[in-house]
Design a binder for this molecule. Structure first.
Ligand code: ARG
Length: 585
C-alpha cells in the first residue's frame, strides 16, 4: 500500500461521508499527473460526477477549496489544486523520503506488498510457461515466453501470492514421428555437444518435412506408411522407434535444461504431453457416457457451435488423442493435484481459439475451475527484416544467440578488463548482461504487441534496454565503491531539495504500487517501465547531485542514502524480471 495515495483517498472519502450512498473510492484510482510540475498525484473527479450531480471540473474546484486547510495541516501532504477535472496533490518530499529510503535500505520496503492485507485473500496460482517441443530447436522467439512467464511468477511471489511455476513439454506428436523416421532412414551421425545435438534434431525434422513435401505421390504414400508405423510404436511405447524416442527426447530435455540454467529460469514441476494421453482418454470416455461428447464418423468430439467455437475433435478415428484432449486432462490435474485457485497459461496468441475451446469444453463437462483458467496470449517476435521462419532459414537459434551476444559484449565492453578481472568474472558479466538484454527486451513490451528483436540495439548502454539498466546499476555500485562508508538510513532527507532528487524519490516510492498493478493486470511490462523510469531519473540526479563532492557532509550522507536505495531497488526490481545485474561492467 502507498501511504500517500491512501491519505489522499481517505481525505476524499471524508468529504463524501455525508452522502446517503457515497461512491466507492478505491486507492487504485489515484493517478500520476502526466507532468511532475503539476503535482505528485492526481485524483480524477469523473468518478464523483454521478454521486454529486455536478460536472467534474466544478467538483474539482469545490473539493480543492474544501480540502485546502486539511491538506496543508496533513503530515504527508503539502497542497491541493484543481486542474480541469483533476485534483492535483503535492506531497511533502522529505516525508516521502523518510518513509521510503530507510525502508529500502533495511529491506522492509520489499516485503510491504506481500504483507499488505488483501481482499479477497490471496490464493495459490499456477503459471505454465515455456512449453517447448522436443525434437525441435529452441530459438529467440521462445525467449519471450520464458521472460514473460518467469517474470509473472516472480511478481506474484513479491505480492505474497504463492505461485507454482510449471512447464509442459511437447514430447509426443506427428512432428516427432517424422523426425525419428528420418533419423532411422537417412540421417548421419549426430553431434555430441548438448546444444548442437538438440539443434541437429530440429534439422532432421525440417529435412523430413522437405523430403515429404517434394516426394512424388507414390513415394509419399510409402513414406507415410513408414511414419505411421513409427507413430504406432511411439504410442505403444515399444519397439526400436520407442527406444530412439527415449534417447533423443532426453537430448532435447538436456538442451532445455542448459538454456533455463543460462537464463536463471526455474520450474517447480514439469508436465509432459506424453503423460496426458491416458487421462485424456479417460475424460473422453466420461464425456461420452454423460452425453457431453458425441461420436461423429468414427471419431469423438464436442459441438461448440452454440458458442461459435466450432466442432472440437477429442478422439481420432484410430483412437488416438489430440492436443486438445491432453489439455483437458492437464487442466484438471493442475487443480486436483496442486490445490490451486487459478491457472494461467502463457502461450502465443495464435492458440487463442484452442484455449477458448478447451475451457468451454471443461465448462460443459461440469468442471467448475474452467473459469479460473486463463490464457495469457502474447504476440510474435520478429526480426528487423520480417517474420522468422525455418523455411527462410532466418531463425536465430539459442546457441547462435548466446554466441553472438557474448562476442559483442566481449568486443565492445569487457575485453578491456582482461588481465584486470578474472576470466570467470568476464564470462559471468557477459552472461548477466546478455540475459538482461534478452529478458528485458522481451518483458518490456506489452504482451499483446509484437516485438522486433535486434541483437545490437538490445546491447546498447543507452536507451530502453536491459543493458542500460545494468549499466545504471553498475554506476551506482561505482559511486558506493568510491565513497567507501555505508549509507546512513538516519540521514537528513530534508536536504534533498533538487527537483531531480525528489522526482527519483517519488519513483522509488511508487515502485511497489506498480508491481501490484502489474500483478493485477498480468503485465510484467509495467515493472519494466517503472525500472526504466527510475534509471532515467537516476541519470538526471547523477548530473545534478554529486555525492563525494557534495558541499556538506550532511548532504553527502543524504545523497549517498538516495543512491544506495536506488541501487537496492534496481537490484530487487530487476530480479522480478529474472535479471541479476553485474556490479561492474
Ligand atoms: N508445446 C505447445 C506448442 O509448442 C504449447 C503448449 C502450450 N500449453 C498448453 N497447455 N497447451 O505449441
Amino acid at each position: 500500500m502507498n501511504l500517500f495515495t491512501a491519505a489522499i483517498v481517505s481525505l476524499i472519502r471524508g468529504q463524501l461521508a455525508g452522502l446517503a450512498s457515497p461512491p466507492e473510492i478505491p486507492e487504485g484510482l489515484v493517478e500520476r499527473p502526466p507532468d511532475a510540475a503539476m503535482g505528485d498525484y492526481a485524483f480524477p473527479c469523473f468518478v464523483l460526477a454521478k454521486a454529486l450531480r455536478k460536472a467534474p471540473p466544478a467538483i474539482a474546484q469545490q473539493l480543492a477549496a474544501a480540502l485546502a486547510a486539511e491538506v496543508a495541516a496533513h503530515p504527508l501532504l503539502r497542497s491541493v489544486e484543481a486542474a480541469g477535472p483533476y485534483l492535483n496533490f503535492r506531497v511533502d518530499p522529505a516525508e516521502m523520503a523518510r518513509r521510503t529510503l530507510p525502508a529500502i535500505l533495511d529491506g522492509s520496503y520489499f516485503r510491504r506488498n506481500a504483507e499488505a492485507p488483501r481482499e479477497p485473500p490471496r490464493e495459490k496460482v499456477m503459471v505454465e510457461y515455456s512449453q517447448p517441443n522436443t525434437h525441435k530447436a529452441f530459438h529467440v522467439g521462445h525467449m519471450r515466453n520464458v521472460a514473460l512467464g518467469d517474470a509473472l511468477v516472480r511478481i506474484f511471489r513479491y505480492n505474497g501470492i504463492e505461485a507454482i511455476a510449471v512447464n509442459y513439454i511437447g514430447d509426443v506428436g506427428t512432428h516427432i514421428a517424422r523426425c525419428l523416421w528420418y533419423i532411422r532412414h537417412r540421417a548421419g551421425e549426430p553431434p555430441t555437444e548438448t546444444q548442437a545435438r538438440g539443434e541437429w534434431l530440429g534439422e532432421q525434422y525440417t529435412a523430413a518435412t522437405a523430403l515429404l513435401e517434394n516426394a512424388p505421390e507414390a513415394g509419399r504414400a510409402a513414406y507415410d506408411r513408414e511414419i505411421s508405423a513409427v507413430l504406432q510404436q511411439l504410442e505403444a511405447r515399444e519397439g526400436e522407434a520407442a527406444e530412439l524416442w527415449q534417447e533423443t527426447r532426453q537430448w532435447s530435455l538436456d538442451t532445455f535444461e542448459e538454456i533455463y540454467g543460462w537464463l536463471d529460469a526455474h520450474f517447480d514441476h514439469v508436465f509432459y504431453e506424453s503423460e496426458m494421453d491416458r487421462p485424456g482418454k479417460e475424460i473422453v470416455a466420461e464425456g461420452l457416457e454423460r452425453g457431453v461428447f458425441v461420436r461423429s464418423a468414427g471419431a469423438v468430439g464436442i459441438d461448440l457451435e452454440p458458442e461459435q467455437l466450432g466442432f472440437l475433435l477429442v478422439l481420432k478415428g484410430d483412437g488416438t488423442t489430440l492436443y486438445a484432449t491432453k489439455d483437458l486432462a492437464l487442466a484438471r490435474i493442475k487443480f486436483e493435484r496442486f490445490g490451486i485457485g487459478r491457472s494461467i497459461y502463457v502461450v502465443g496468441a495464435e492458440q487463442t481459439l484452442h484455449f477458448k475451446q478447451v475451457f468451454k469444453t471443461l465448462e460443459r463437462l461440469g468442471f467448475p475451475q474452467a473459469e479460473r483458467s486463463v490464457h495469457l496470449p502474447y504476440g510474435l517476435v520478429m526480426l528487423p527484416e520480417g517474420k522468422m521462419s525455418s523455411r527462410a532459414g532466418n531463425v536465430i537459434l539459442f546457441s547462435r544467440l548466446r554466441r553472438e551476444m557474448r562476442a559483442y559484449l566481449l568486443t565492445h565492453y569487457l575485453e578491456a578488463h582482461r588481465g584486470d578481472w578474472t576470466d570467470e568474472e568476464i564470462e559471468e558479466t557477459a552472461r548477466r548482461i546478455a540475459v538482461a538484454a534478452i529478458r528485458y527486451g522481451m518483458a518490456k513490451q506489452d504482451p499483446a504487441k509484437s516485438i522486433v528483436f535486434n541483437l545490437e540495439d538490445w546491447l546498447q548502454t543507452e536507451g530502453d534496454t536491459g543493458t542500460y539498466l545494468c549499466y545504471t546499476y553498475t554506476r551506482i555500485c561505482g559511486v558506493q565503491r568510491h565513497v567507501t562508508e555505508p549509507p546512513r538510513p538516519g540521514a537528513d532527507f530534508s536536504l534533498l531539495g533538487q527537483p531531480t532528487e525528489q522526482a527519483l524519490i517519488r519513483e522509488l516510492h511508487d515502485f511497489n504500487r506498480t508491481v501490484a498493478r502489474a500483478e493485477a493486470n498480468l503485465r510484467p511490462n509495467m515493472v519494466a517501465g517503472a525500472l526504466f523510469q527510475i534509471c532515467k531519473e537516476f541519470s538526471r540526479t547523477y548530473e545534478t547531485s554529486p555525492v563525494k563532492q557534495a558541499p556538506t557532509p550532511e548532504l553527502r550522507d543524504a545523497r549517498l542514502a538516495l543512491f544506495a536505495a536506488t541501487g537496492q531497488l534496481l537490484k530487487e526490481g530487476l530480479a522480478l524480471l529474472g535479471i541479476t545485474p553485474p556490479e561492474r561492467m
